[in-house]
Write a protein that binds this ligand. Sequence first.
Ligand SMILES: Nc1ccn([C@@H]2O[C@H](COP(=O)(O)O)[C@@H](O)[C@H]2O)c(=O)n1
Ligand SMILES: C[C@@]1(CO)OP(=O)(O)OP(=O)(O)OC[C@H]1O
Length: 172
Amino acid sequence: MSFSPGSLPRTGIGIDIHAFAPVEDAVPLWLAGLFWEGETGLSGHSDGDAVAHAAADALFSAAGVGDLGTHFGTDRPQYKGASGVRLLAEAARIVRAAGFEIGNVAVQFVGNRPKFSPRRLEAEAVLTAAAGAPVSVSATTSDALGFPGRGEGITALATALVIKTTTPVPER
Ligand SMILES: Nc1ccn([C@@H]2O[C@H](COP(=O)(O)O)[C@@H](O)[C@H]2O)c(=O)n1
Ligand SMILES: C[C@@]1(CO)OP(=O)(O)OP(=O)(O)OC[C@H]1O
């Protein structure tokens, strides 16, 4: 059996880490596309949504079109305070414009809080709508070890699968 070059699905990986902001700063927590009332927020140039950022980075990685910094660098004022959902939707648009369709994105974050499982389906629906393809999200603690275990921040790790469908649509 032979395959033409570039016809096989491509996988990608993305990791994002954000620290929790000092409690006195009263930063709202946005994670996995959801607002988490009463929880300490994550610091960042955008809304700090590590789950959405990891998902976007995995899409860029799968398509081979750079990374979060390439497209949404902190030097771009238009992304200051941008929601993770907006960045993920924008990443999906860029990947499709490069001639790929998205198979799926899978994300897992490491952190004690927020307690994720009660809102997993809600988060998956929001991120799936943003990407226009299935996004699954899971969570784990680090058994009290390391910075997530000390409650200092969150790590999110994502994989994505894309397949080449067309020749790239030039960006305007
Ligand atoms: N922030 C989190 C972390 C974990 N969960 C759920 O708890 C399960 C057990 O976590 P372990 O770290 O002991 O593996 C995990 O599988 C998640 O379902 C969560 O909801 N929120
Ligand atoms: C998303 C961007 C841009 O607003 O800012 P941050 O919220 O700091 O997030 P990070 O994951 O560090 O990625 C880099 C930036 O491009």
